[in-house]
Design a protein around this ligand. Structure first.
Ligand code: ZN
Length: 319
């Protein structure tokens, strides 16, 4: 992984491993572009060769490269399966073989996310991670093009099946990274970054009325945002101090970075978690007040997926 992924991590070890954890953060935990890949192959394009007399009146599928390398494979991460996502629906397998567990993950995502928003994804993939530290990458997303109009979402299937409640939260968390990083939320042009008056996350400049910038204004004021270096990749360890000082966070990982804070709070909102601390309610209320976000929660509730138990580590020092 080359510092271009967003990941949700679960802490599994003890404090002695914090230095390892911090070093691991280099692996990357951010929304980013997949790079300069310009050679594209899609299943849809290949199939069209055999039906060349058919008029195709649907919109062109997002051109994606689906090799393991293009998906982000390296010494730590390997990809077993990838599906194309076409117009918000799971399309053909473009790497490996079909996997029922990954289809189950897609079903969860499509249960909570409206179809028109699922169209923001171009690839849905499964990975295994051989990570040396005590933080496990549960999932990550990355942009497939320079302007961030299409995303790859990748799921750690071993962790996914291991903890069904955590899996639900992870899916919602990752999708929050997608819809807060679309071109109408984040301007990835060089000009925007050079003149950014909101906050530049290292990939682009959030628009004035973006969800993330309004979130930062609401919850990362009083100099908190100035503590975040966009170049650093967030880790649980980075958030411990802010978590101790502010009971509003859903765990230390949320306190590591405003985008992780948003994603954790969104997952808590969607799955109707009972707040551990009164201060968390403010974040849940903020989510409820945003147009469009309640639909995720309504869909989760209608599917009988709520409430999920609040297992986030508790922030705010006792007494
Ligand atoms: Zn995240």
């Amino acid at each position: 992984m080359t510092g271009d992924a967003v990941m949700r991590r679960r802490r599994g070890g003890q404090l002695s491993a914090i230095t390892v954890t911090a070093a691991l953060a280099v692996a990357g935990c951010r929304v980013g572009s997949a790079g300069d890949a310009t050679t594209f192959e899609t299943v849809a394009a290949a199939e069209s060769d055999t039906t060349n007399t058919t008029v195709n009146d649907s919109r062109d599928p997002v051109a994606v490269e689906c090799s393991a390398e293009a998906l982000g494979a390296d010494d730590v991460y390997s990809f077993s399966t990838a599906y194309l996502v076409v117009d918000g629906a799971l399309g053909g397998v473009c790497l490996g073989e079909g996997d029922a567990r990954l289809i189950d993950a897609w079903d969860t995502l499509s249960t909570i996310a409206p179809e028109e928003q699922l169209a923001d994804l171009g690839i849905f993939a499964a990975f295994d991670a051989d990570e040396p530290g005590d933080e496990i990458t549960l999932a990550f997303v990355n942009a497939l093009d320079d302007d961030g109009s299409s995303f790859q979402m990748s799921i750690n299937l071993e962790s996914y099946v291991d903890d069904p409640a955590e899996a639900l939260l992870t899916i919602a968390h990752e999708f929050a990274h997608v819809f807060t990083s679309m071109p109408w939320q984040l301007d990835r042009t060089v000009e925007a970054s050079e003149n950014c008056a909101t906050w530049d996350n290292g990939e682009g400049c959030f628009l004035d009325d973006s969800l993330m910038f309004r979130w930062i204004e609401a919850f990362w004021g009083d100099g908190l945002i100035d503590q975040i270096d966009p170049v650093d990749e967030p880790s649980h360890a980075d958030g411990v101090e802010r978590c101790d000082e502010d009971a509003g966070f859903f765990g230390a990982y949320a306190a590591s970075h405003p985008e992780e804070d948003f994603a954790e709070a969104f997952s808590a909102y969607v799955f109707d978690l009972e707040p551990d601390r009164a201060e968390q309610q403010e974040r849940l209320d903020w989510m409820a007040a945003q147009p469009g976000l309640a639909e995720f929660r309504d869909r989760a509730e209608a599917a009988g997926l709520t409430p999920v138990r609040n297992n986030f580590d508790v922030c705010g020092l006792p007494g």
